[in-house]
Design a protein. Sequence first.
Length: 145
Amino acid sequence: MNRDAANELVTKWVAMWNGEDAIAETIIDVDNRVHAAMFDGGDGSAAGGVSGMQDLVAQMRSLMADLVFSVEVGPIVDGDHVVVRWVAAGHYGGGVPGAAAPVGTAVSFHGTDILRIAEDRVAEYWLNADTLDLMTQLRVGASRP
């Protein structure tokens, strides 16, 4: 993948995560595989394909509807792989089991996405997010005031 194509894909990828879910139909392969540690303890395999990615994005956005993702580093291109380091910021909307943070709490966390591209679409997605930082900000497991 060349640098211009990677930039275009990452722009669409970030727009998808920022709530433009219809973009998934143009950038996600129907057989896309997700590799991620999920909140429910799963490995991400249930989030495959276009609808799986749309569901994954919707799940995250249901917790923080105003969540805004932006790229801090990248895209870095290596053959058919594209890597980006991102930051996400928004306000907690409720719904995380065990969270003691009040609704409206400002949160910000980082992560790294690795995308394998095939025929200009995301065929595999590895997510590495700082979930510990997010859960700490949401005070998951903290005693309630």
